[in-house]
Write a protein that binds this ligand. Structure first.
Ligand SMILES: NC(=O)C1=CN([C@@H]2O[C@H](COP(=O)(O)OP(=O)(O)OC[C@H]3O[C@@H](n4cnc5c(N)ncnc54)[C@H](O)[C@@H]3O)[C@@H](O)[C@H]2O)C=CC1
Ligand SMILES: O=C(O)CCC(=O)C(=O)O
Length: 525
């Protein structure tokens, strides 16, 4: 497939007239061809008009039609072949194995949502039949189903060029829900975005769907990003990126005449609690495994373990020695973009320059375009005294906190901002300490792990990849897993509607064979 540098608006491909964006080969800093013309307000208008025109037809397509469409998207992505892997590797600097794995996750996600559609319980169909004889007042016939919100703007993430981008989790969930999607491509990987965008555009055509179901725009955050979020036809936003970017979009969405939900995944430092007996038993092994998680993918995960808490003493010293040794041996790794590398260097320099922080270890010297791992420590008291120490440093940097005792660890956990994950390392003797921490961790994080590491998110039914602010803008949902479909739905109740006007999902006789709640009882009735 030739990468042309064109945007995909409905069924057309056209070149934006705004300043062109060039991808950069992450490993060398060299410009990659072609340039991608940036979109204008007129392009945003055209994509939104098409998405709105498509909405009423697309949202009433059958569950089977949408499932087949998602499967067609997955097939079309795989059909691009190695060109997609090569381009994504060049643009992101991520190794082939990682990109191939991410492609598998992306198509797996689309197929999982296809299965979710065929299963149908996400519609949450409920029927409370009329009770005309009820005293003192009769009850009307009341029926509920979930309907899609409307066109969704999705912002591709820099750190997952496939699984959190054009056909990533947000797009898959929104399309499954019945929402047309307009993607604003991330300028770190425009070629990858065009290839995947063309796959989705072809799937829309093959499945005979309205062209406005999918569009892909390039361009600046100020024109294309803000323009999409402000457009009255956009009804929800999915975003993964910086806290500044996410909060700017939240503000725009809140100030609209009709405010809309923004699902922004922003910053998280993912605290890891090393409980005393586990630390005593496994300090060296934990230190080594921690650095494996910290340095994976150059630390460019929102789930990266950026904070470790433990009670001070010889066991913590052993953990620090093992972790410092592993960090010192870590090879420098290519980072996603020059901007992300600069932000990482700024963040680690700030930590190194803080009088409250001690630098424990640094990875092997960085070459051009690469970042070196870095490990720091501080006392819990100093951490609490400086709010900047809670800020995410995006990359392989982590801060180990010495707590005086478990009470101080607990007090510190209370002061943490919202997180995607919180991890406990424990053995049986730590059970009571863990039990005491759990209520705090539940209030602070979306996922609580025991004896594992937070990087690596399973795409499944029970996953929560979300958490209280600032981990995300709305901790009531997840961006990974099938529950993500609920972000793009809202309930509608139909009271006493004639049978001929009821949606199929709510008709007597259950023609779709759905799981439904009849007078409160769940069953296939
Ligand atoms: N926690 C996480 O999951 C991630 C955090 N980051 C953080 O973000 C930094 C920059 O990385 P990027 O991925 O480029 O994130 P970013 O937030 O700068 O950009 C993400 C997308 O949002 C758009 N955007 C940004 N600001 C906007 C605004 N004010 N209005 C409208 N659109 C806007 C950009 O054009 C881009 O398409 C990293 O150094 C890192 O600190 C990045 C990726 C993931
Ligand atoms: O660790 C993962 O697989 C997902 C992490 C993520 O969502 C992110 O880094 O943006």
């Amino acid at each position: 497939m030739t990468i042309t540098g064109e945007m995909l608006i409905g069924a057309t491909a056209l070149r934006g007239n705004d300043r062109p964006i060039h991808a950069v080969e992450a490993a060398t800093g060299q410009k990659l061809e072609p340039g991608f013309g940036g979109g204008s307000a007129a392009d945003v208008e055209r994509a939104c008009a098409l998405a709105w025109a498509a909405f009423d037809t697309y949202r009433e397509t059958s569950l089977e039609t949408r499932a087949a469409f998602l499967e067609a998207c997955a097939e079309a992505i795989l059909a691009i072949g190695d060109e997609l892997v090569e381009r994504a590797c060049a643009e992101s600097g991520l190794p082939r194995g990682r990109i191939e794995g991410e492609r598998g996750r992306t198509v797996g996600q689309l197929r999982l949502f296809a299965a979710t559609l065929r299963e149908g319980s996400f519609l949450e169909a409920r029927i409370d039949p009329a009770l005309p004889q009820r005293q003192p007042l009769p009850r009307a016939d009341l029926r509920l189903r979930q309907i899609p919100l409307g066109p969704v703007a999705v912002f591709g993430a820099s750190n997952f060029p496939l699984a959190f981008s054009v056909a990533g989790g947000d797009t898959a969930a929104a399309l499954a829900a019945g929402c047309p999607v307009i993607v604003k491509a991330h300028s770190a990987h425009p070629g990858t975005s065009e290839l995947v965008g063309r796959a989705l555009q072809s799937a829309v055509a093959t499945c005979g769907l309205p062209e406005g179901v999918f569009s892909l725009l390039f361009g600046s955050g100020a024109v294309v990003g803000q323009g999409l979020v402000a457009d009255p036809r956009i009804k929800a936003v999915g975003f993964t990126g910086s806290r500044a970017g996410g909060t700017a979009l939240m503000k725009t969405a809140a100030e609209r005449a009709e405010p809309i939900p923004v699902y922004a995944e922003m910053s998280s430092i993912n605290p890891v609690f090393l409980l005393p007996a586990a630390l005593e038993e496994k300090a060296e092994a934990l230190g080594k495994a921690f650095v494996g998680s910290l340095t994976m993918g150059a630390g460019q995960f929102c789930t990266n373990p950026g904070l470790v808490l433990a009670v001070e003493g010889p066991a913590l010293d052993r953990f620090i020695a093992a972790a410092s040794e592993a960090v010192a041996a870590a090879a420098p790794q290519v980072m996603l973009t020059p901007g992300i590398l600069q932000a990482y260097e700024r963040g680690t320099a700030q930590l190194a320059g803080s009088s409250r922080v001690t630098k424990l270890a640094e990875g092997q010297a960085a070459k051009a375009c690469t970042g070196s791992a870095a490990l720091f420590s501080a006392s819990a008291a100093d951490f609490l005294a400086d709010p900047h120490l809670q800020e995410e440093v995006f990359g392989s940097s982590s801060l180990i906190l010495h707590c005086r005792d478990l009470a101080e660890m607990q007090a510190l956990a209370e002061k943490l901002e919202g997180q995607l994950t919180a991890t406990l390392h424990l053995v049986e003797a730590d059970t009571e300490a863990a039990r005491a921490l759990l209520p705090t961790l539940e209030r602070r994080a979306g996922r609580i792990l025991a004896n594992g590491w937070p990087t690596g998110v399973e795409v499944c039914h029970a996953m929560v990849h979300g958490g209280p602010y600032p981990a995300t803008s709305d901790g009531r949902s997840t961006s990974v897993g099938t529950l993500a479909i609920s972000r793009f739905l809202r309930p509608v109740c139909y009271q006493d509607l004639p049978a001929a006007l009821l949606p199929e999902a709510l008709r007597d006789g259950n023609p779709l064979g759905l799981w439904r709640r009849l007078d409160g009882a769940l069953g296939r009735h």
